[in-house]
Ligand binder design. Structure first.
Ligand SMILES: Cc1cc2nc3c(=O)[nH]c(=O)nc-3n(C[C@H](O)[C@H](O)[C@H](O)COP(=O)(O)OP(=O)(O)OC[C@H]3O[C@@H](n4cnc5c(N)ncnc54)[C@H](O)[C@@H]3O)c2cc1C
Length: 380
């Protein structure tokens, strides 16, 4: 139920990692905050379907939001995990070149990493790869010791706890169906049961759109011309396959191929979770609908991709695990698009902050995105 007073300083749309991080940061400033979530719990969409990697910030163009918010977010994330006892591990990552022709790609990534002030990264040779990861074959690799993994749900619970400590309110099973800019406030209409149930209206001064895959539709509802703004979201699916526990491949850290990274993804890589389970993925293919089925027939293609850097890999060790869907601003085949984290006064929508296209490294960057949201609203 919505509390008796229907007035809040700030309403946040969506309780994925971006929404709860923004809710925590906004509540900590003394604002009264409500976070609305369509689902019956937090972090059930993008935030629960990813690699849970704490990225170091290697891949993104210098001074892009992806680069700066990832770097800052990674520092904030490690500090938060320590302070609030969120499960995490700084396990490190290898980006592997499997032939001499791929070494220039590693060198380009190393210089991008240096431009982005990524700490603890260096080039290593085949002997060092073999020492660190005996099952991995490569002629050279980048070794990023600042890359880690995190319990994404635990991270969201830590943001939620912080928000509630500062008096913020989470309302699940409340879909935001209307966002109207009135002369001196926002009118927000919410409905239960995925938008089909009871309706309530409240007023607030500020709105944060953190609706993930639906952020373009929420922006449209708020009055943004999403094509003119470049906010249309394209769905890009990534499947994961789990490595059977008995498989004869052991890994201690994350392993990525340098060769197959594309604009849409980083190539089929090996990730570990906090329990030590290995999975491969995600691949990247644009889709028109949201469907989380994993196509089991892709096991041999995944095994072939992984065998380039893990020669012992066999398809029968792989079983379909889960899929995630990236909220991309870049249409298929088009170039780099940055995160949008912007205040919309210039569109005649003061007090609205749009977080759109928050694909990877959005989990890593969540704390820094939240800082930026607060900064934009404070600067109005
Ligand atoms: C395959 C894949 C792998 C990834 N790997 C990594 C990684 O290793 N590291 C990393 O840093 N990042 C990674 N990411 C990116 C990361 O998962 C996302 O950036 C992050 O989870 C986005 O969070 P969000 O809060 O914006 O969206 P979501 O988690 O999707 O949350 C949005 C929420 O808004 C709610 N909502 C939508 N519309 C409304 C409405 N009208 N009213 C109320 N609620 C609404 C939804 O129900 C949802 O809960 C990966 C992403 C994918 C797809």
């Amino acid at each position: 139920m919505i509390p008796a007073s229907l007035d809040f300083d700030t309403a946040v749309v969506g309780a994925g990692v971006v929404g709860v991080a923004a809710g925590a940061a906004l509540a900590a400033t003394g604002r009264s905050v409500v976070v609305f979530e369509t689902r019956d719990g937090i972090a059930q969409i993008g935030t629960s379907r990813n690699s849970e990697v704490i990225h170091a910030g290697i891949y993104y163009p210098k001074q892009s939001l992806k680069a700066t918010l990832c770097r800052r977010g990674s520092d904030l994330l490690y500090a938060r995990c320590e302070a609030r006892r969120v499960g995490h591990k700084r396990i490190g990552k290898l980006i592997v070149a499997t032939c001499d022709e791929e070494i220039p790609k590693l060198e380009a990534l190393l210089s991008a990493a240096r431009e982005n002030d990524v700490p603890d990264i260096s080039m290593i040779d085949a002997a060092e790869i073999a020492r660190l990861e005996p099952d991995v074959a490569g002629v050279a690799a980048l070794h990023s010791r600042a890359t880690g993994i995190v319990d994404a749900h635990g991270l969201c619970l830590s943001y939620l706890a912080e928000m509630e400590e500062h008096g913020g309110t989470l309302l699940v099973d409340h879909k935001v169906t209307v966002l109207n800019r009135e002369p001196d406030h926002w009118r927000v209409v919410v409905r239960t049961r995925a938008g089909e149930g009871d309706e309530q209206t409240l007023r607030c001064h500020e709105v944060v759109n953190a609706a993930g895959l639906e952020a373009d539709q929420v922006a449209k509802r708020a009055g943004v011309d999403i094509d003119a703004a470049g906010y249309r979201i394209y769905l890009c699916k990534g499947d994961y396959f789990a490595l059977a526990p008995g498989a004869d491949v052991k890994l201690k850290q994350l392993v990525y191929p340098v060769g197959s990274a594309s604009g849409a993804g980083l190539g089929v890589h090996a990730t570990l979770d906090l329990a030590g389970r290995v999975r491969f993925g995600p691949d990247a293919h644009y889709v028109s609908d949201i469907d989380y089925q994993v196509d089991g027939t892709k096991a041999s293609a995944f095994a072939d991709a992984a065998a380039r850097y893990l020669p012992a890999m066999r398809a029968e060790w792989l079983t379909p695990d889960f899929a995630g869907i990236r909220s991309k601003l870049a249409a298929e085949g088009s170039g780099f698009r940055d995160f949008v984290v912007g205040e919309e006064s210039d569109k005649g929508l003061p007090g609205l902050v749009s977080c759109v296209g928050i694909e990877s490294p959005g989990l890593t960057a969540s704390g820094a995105i939240a800082e930026r949201v607060v900064g934009l609203l404070d600067a109005r």
